[in-house]
Design a protein around this ligand. Structure first.
Ligand SMILES: Cc1ncc(COP(=O)(O)O)c(C=O)c1O
Length: 381
């Protein structure tokens, strides 16, 4: 009999894993995926081709290709005003491997990591897989940070707080005051604060993203997990980076390297072109997400029994619904009608009674999908 780690058993078969591997019938409308519908911009693809022609097909040096690290430092400066050196940054396999790395580096089995509820399900999945304890703290009624509840959840086993801003699945962008209060709480309690900013460049008009690295006086406890997947429509390239407190980079890099090996060299060159090249493509995609977000929000508001959160950042619409079915059951009914969505319970216990729809897809797909969901709700009500 093969022995499977008890930690792995504790996550195997969960909603996330099931959804990822589910076979989707031909023609299914996908309002479930975190993949942008745009092609990766041409100049980024060209940089990868050029790198291949140059023969960059071997292990990348040190923390990453020098152009990549320089590009990351430029992006950090542009996006947060933070001044970091290439030795404070290393290339990761998207933000996902950064999540695995910080938990592996700072948590022993039984230690606690505070995460928000609901949030990206990979956080608690990884925590449990490592034998550590994800402590899920519910948001307040407006899906914002509940600082009192976070404070109350801190114990002598808490090692770090991990959050994402904008948040997946709620699409909420946390305000400057609440991020500042969270940083202050971590300083008071001597905790590390890890910020996953995968969607920071995708904001609805009027919303401001507050980068963790802008709190320069707390450099010694803040860690940024950055992904190029969503910003530059590069989900399949598997690239991002981690920015660490000075003095911890070598440790974190070592952990990352033992899990992933170095990141593909020509992909790093493409990522460098993304970060150092023209940024209009980012603004153009954000403009489209604005239109799509408005459309899906409007259509959701018109469905009786569905109560959407206003889109703020990222490309997810989070909705509460008023029917006495579990969110897994609602997801199943909608799936059987030909539309894939995510059940709120995948993202935490408070996600019960909620669904997550993506608007990373084009407007025609949103219209088709939401019309079908409207019919499903009509039949229920
Ligand atoms: C909040 C958040 N962080 C990280 C990721 C993973 O991104 P990457 O492709 O960079 O691994 C996702 C993907 O959906 C996400 O929603």
């Amino acid at each position: 009999m093969v022995h499977i780690s008890q930690y792995v058993q504790s996550v195997a078969g969960g909603e996330r894993a099931k959804h990822m591997t589910a076979k989707r019938p031909e023609g299914m409308i996908r309002l479930d995926s975190g993949t942008p519908s745009f092609p990766t911009p041409e100049h980024i693809c060209q940089a990868a081709k050029d790198a291949l022609d140059e023969g960059l097909t071997f292990y990348a040096p040190g923390y990453g290709d020098p152009e990549f690290l320089a590009g990351a430092c430029e992006a950090i400066r542009r996006e947060s005003g933070g001044e970091y050196l290439p030795e404070d940054v290393f290339a990761t396999n998207g933000a996902s491997s950064g999540i695995y790395t910080v938990m592996t580096a700072f948590l022993d089995p039984g230690d606690e990591v505070i995460i928000m509820d609901p949030t990206f399900s990979l956080y608690s999945h990884v925590a449990r897989q490592l034998g550590t304890v994800p402590v899920l703290v519910p948001h307040d009624a407006a899906y914002h940070l509940d600082l009192g509840a976070i404070r109350a959840a801190i114990t002598d086993k808490t090692r770090l707080i991990l959050f994402c801003n904008p948040n997946n699945p709620t699409g909420v962008v946390y305000t400057r005051d609440e991020v500042q209060a969270l940083v202050g709480l971590c300083a008071e309690k001597d905790l590390l604060l890890v910020s996953d900013e995968a969607y920071d460049q995708i904001l609805q008009p009027g919303y401001e993203h507050v980068p963790i690295l802008s709190f320069t006086e707390h450099k010694d406890r803040t860690i940024l997990l950055k992904s190029l997947s969503k910003t530059y429509s590069m989900t399949g390239w598997r690239v991002g980076y981690m920015v660490t407190p000075p003095g911890l980079t070598s440790l974190l890099f070592g952990v990352h390297r033992s899990i992933n090996g170095p990141i593909c060299t020509f992909v790093q060159r493409a990522a460098a072109a993304a970060m150092r090249g023209p940024q209009e493509c980012v603004a153009d995609m954000a403009e489209e997400y604005f239109k799509r977000g408005s459309l899906i929000h409007q259509m959701a508001k018109e469905i009786p029994g569905l109560l959407p959160v206003e889109p703020q950042g990222g490309f997810y619409l989070y909705c509460r619904y008023e029917f006495p079915f579990s969110s897994a059951e609602m997801r199943k009914r909608i799936w059987e009608s030909g539309v894939a969505v995510r059940s709120g319970s995948e993202f935490g216990a408070t996600g019960e009674g909620h669904l997550r729809f993506t608007y990373s897809v084009n407007e025609a797909t949103i219209e088709k999908g939401m019309n079908i969901i409207g019919e499903v709700f009509k039949q229920l009500g």
